[in-house]
Design a protein around this ligand. Sequence first.
Ligand SMILES: [Zn+2]
Length: 255
Amino acid sequence: MAIKVKTRKILWSKSGNRCAICKRQLVQRLTNLKSNFIIGEECHIISSKSDGPRGKYKLLSDYDTYDNLVLLCANDHKLIDEFPETFTVEIVENLKSNHENWIETAIEKDLEEYLKTTNNIELLDEIKITSNIDNVVQGSHFYFYDLTSISDDDVSIEVSELFDNLRDYGDIYSDIEISSRTRCLIDYLSTIKQLNNKGIRFFGKSIVREYSILNIPKSEYKIAMIIAFEVNSNPKSIQNGKLMIQLPQNFTPTI
Ligand SMILES: [Zn+2]
């Protein structure tokens, strides 16, 4: 049986175009060549031939599945097949899963920074517990609250009241005792939970931006950003539990 197109697509995309061992690019383009050339090979972890590499282990199903394949450069394909005693099934499987995890987390980590710097896009975490509110609001110089996605007027009023309270809390944060802070936070969270039941979710982030205000030289300010989001208005904006928003290029929060 040949390797299915779907299996190959999964294998190539999860590898991030890198060999699982040496991390070399598997599709390369030299500056003096017009076309791409491929040095990646789809290698069987367990050979379908019993005298082939790691072939003493038998698979009940097809040998051409994603689970039994690993993407390597031609050199490393040769290496694992010539030294199957070193490159055992377990070791090759680990090399593959570690590599795929590395690709995924490296890109994920870079994505947030990339979106922010190129498109002024921010990913906001959902506010679910009291410490989420505290982390966003405390010590802020400015606030950016948004409820534009909410269609119902009564709900908008409830959200505005909550935003007013959060702003007050942020302003007097350093003057109130810890026990009072906790009471306030529990109160805000219970309002948030009630609004959750009406289809409104809250997402927040504390961001730092440089501004020059009046005659004061440019300096960094902490901005508390909280968005009340009506889930039905645009469900696609929420991905992996985070809300993705694009700020205007000349974004300025209010004091
Ligand atoms: Zn390699």
